[in-house]
Design a protein around this ligand. Structure first.
Ligand SMILES: *Cc1c(COP(=O)(O)O)cnc(C)c1O
Length: 358
């Protein structure tokens, strides 16, 4: 078996242990004679999977009873719409930080629903960065304040979350459960699963329950958080296989320990950033203070060299290093499940490539 080093931004690398477990259980789930994919979402086998997935997330995020864990389809992109549909009342204003491509998409959806105030804008800054907390111009009485904890394309990451009077809402798609944080600072967080949690097709939402009661009556049933809260995310058929994989990934995280995982993430990123910082050939694209531990973005002296870099890396089994099509350059996505050996392979290759081409 030849597994490559998958630097792809999403869907992304999954822990080998998880894939092996899923493979082992694929045809005959725990002696039931069928795959978990073929089980009813109302049967006892799937019930246990669903319960474990929720319980694992509750443990990893240290959730109090004020918060509930939901699984919703439509990815993070549907949360761009669900958040304002549920939380932004008529006549109210929602505060948004524009920090890049993903924040921009969240803002676009919110504007379709109600009043939006962009309270800081670093979205087009080069090098990429997050705003400083003291520069946020929050609206008194805002319905909520929305941030993007990690800009997957620009490679910038919020390091210390702002403390806000209005409920803080965060798109954590690309750094969920990669580092410790205090959930009690947030009213709602959401994440498409396909970066740090599992396969695509399921989004994780953690919401402080009282916020769900704000929803206007006219919002369709499937777009109301209340529906998912009341029915434990089983109002209709949930993406059962995705939630099953998520249960295995979160089990893997608990086994490793969130602190150890965090340390490993910081260490992995530092190895690549050290290589960038000690080179005049490569140039990081994010401001140091805000550079991401998940998506490491950099440029080479020319686009032609970048193309060669990506091609040669691919031949060596390092895939998915091409930057997002909107910005170009190189992007190494090194989520929780990305192995240290892959980071070291990249660093070694970077040094060799530089020596040959500078
Ligand atoms: C990938 C990503 C999204 C989009 O997620 P989908 O599940 O494809 O809708 C949104 N926000 C961030 C920060 C992302 O990284």
């Amino acid at each position: 078996m030849a597994r490559v080093f998958n630097f792809g931004a999403g869907p992304a690398v999954l822990p080998v242990e998880v894939l092996e477990e899923a493979q082992k259980e694929l045809l005959d789930y725990k002696g039931s004679g069928m795959s978990i994919m073929e089980h009813s979402h109302r049967g006892k086998e799937y019930d246990a999977v669903h319960a474990e997935a929720i319980d694992n997330v509750r443990k990893l995020l240290k959730l109090s009873d004020d918060y509930t864990v939901l699984f919703i389809q439509g990815g993070a992109s549907m949360q761009f719409a669900m958040v304002p549909l549920n939380l932004l009342g008529a006549g109210q204003t929602a505060d948004y930080v524009d920090s890049g491509a993903w924040a921009g998409k969240a803002i676009k959806e919110a504007k379709l629903v109600g009043n939006v105030a962009v309270i800081a804008n670093t979205g087009k800054d080069i090098p990429t960065r997050m705003p400083k907390n003291e520069d946020l111009k929050v609206t008194p009485g805002a319905a909520y304040v929305h941030i993007t904890s990690n800009e997957t394309i620009g490679g910038s990451q919020w390091k210390v979350f702002p403390k806000t009077e209005s409920p803080l809402v965060a798109d954590m798609s690309s750094d969920i459960l990669s580092r410790p944080f205090d959930i009690n600072q947030f009213g709602l967080i959401y994440a498409g699963a396909q970066k740090n949690l599992g396969p695509s097709g399921v989004a994780l939402v953690v919401i402080r329950k009282d916020l769900a009661d704000r929803v206007p009556a006219k919002v369709p049933t499937m777009l109301k958080y209340q529906t998912y809260i009341k029915e434990n995310s089983l109002y209709n058929t949930p993406p059962t296989f995705g939630i099953y994989i998520l249960s295995l990934v979160t089990r893997w995280m608990l086994k490793l320990g969130p602190e150890a995982l965090y340390k490993q993430n910081v260490d992995k990123a530092a190895r690549i950033y050290t290589a960038l910082d000690s080179s005049a050939f490569y140039k990081g694209t994010a401001v140091k203070e805000f550079r991401s531990d998940m998506n490491i973005t950099f440029r080479l002296p020319t686009e032609a060299l970048e193309e060669t870099f990506i091609k040669e890396a691919s031949k060596l089994g390092m895939k998915g290093l091409k930057g997002h099509r909107d910005v170009g350059g190189i992007r190494a996505s090194i989520y929780n499940a990305f192995p240290v050996a892959g980071v070291d392979a990249l660093v070694t290759f970077m040094k060799e490539f530089e020596a040959k081409n500078s």
